[in-house]
Design a protein around this ligand. Structure first.
Ligand SMILES: C[S@@+](CC[C@H](N)C(=O)[O-])C[C@H]1O[C@@H](n2cnc3c(N)ncnc32)[C@H](O)[C@@H]1O
Length: 207
């Protein structure tokens, strides 16, 4: 079992409790991020939505309320077990974003959404993964990503200093001024919206 999978399996039982108090870094604005991701996905009844890194199903639950047809994927079986309990109307399957996506590559969705996952990956990996997400879209569809993110490197560095006790140097928190041009360069249009001091939402479409 990979170290990363073990980490998220261990977190699954307490993950929802972690989000009861989201003041400060890294989860400040978490609820607003989830609401904005769902809103910007622009989906309604019967829309097909892929929720990547679904965890315990926080986004999947909001999308199921809208009567979307949701497929949630995640590395962690234990996170998925909780998501299945929370959102019986959705489908869930185990998938490592860094591995083989199997027949998912041939599926098409009206929207691909993801919250608090892609900060695990450096900018080239983010760009690669988001390019692959964009290929899964039906015409007119969108990729919407909410995550730990800063408008500028300056803002990121100020937060790193202020929150050094909980800052994880092994993660790649988004910096919009770096990510947006990198995503443009592979043919994705990007709109970025900062929602709290440490969180923002990216809306992407093929150009
Ligand atoms: C912080 S949780 C976010 C869960 C949920 N999206 C939310 O907003 O509450 C990150 C999730 O990403 C998943 N994850 C991390 N690395 C992954 C990978 N390589 N492939 C698929 N999922 C991954 C973890 O298992 C975990 O459930």
């Amino acid at each position: 079992m990979s170290e990363r999978k073990a980490l998220f399996d261990d977190w699954a039982a307490t993950y929802d409790a972690t989000l009861k108090d989201t003041a400060g870094f890294p989860f400040e604005g978490h609820e607003r991020v989830l609401a904005e991701v769902v809103g910007k996905a622009g989906v309604g009844i019967e829309a097909t939505v892929l929720d990547v890194g679904t965890g315990t199903g926080a986004l999947a639950a909001r999308l199921a309320v809208l009567d979307c047809r949701v497929l949630g994927v995640d590395l962690s079986e234990k996170m998925l077990a909780r998501a299945r309990q929370k959102v019986p109307a959705a489908d869930f399957r185990q998938l490592d974003l860094l591995g083989d996506w199997g027949d998912l590559e041939t599926c098409r969705f009206d929207a691909v959404v993801s919250a608090y996952v892609l900060h695990e990956f450096d900018v080239p990996s983010k760009v690669d993964i988001l390019t692959r997400f964009a290929k899964l879209l039906e015409p007119g569809g969108r990729v919407v990503v909410g995550d730990i993110s800063f408008e500028t490197a300056l803002a990121r560095d100020a937060a790193r200093q202020r929150w050094r006790e909980v800052w994880d140097e092994g993660e790649y928190y988004w910096v919009a001024e770096h990510a947006v041009p990198a995503l443009h360069s592979v043919g994705l249009s990007v709109h970025y919206h900062q929602l709290s001091f440490c969180a923002g939402v990216y809306v992407l479409q093929p150009q």
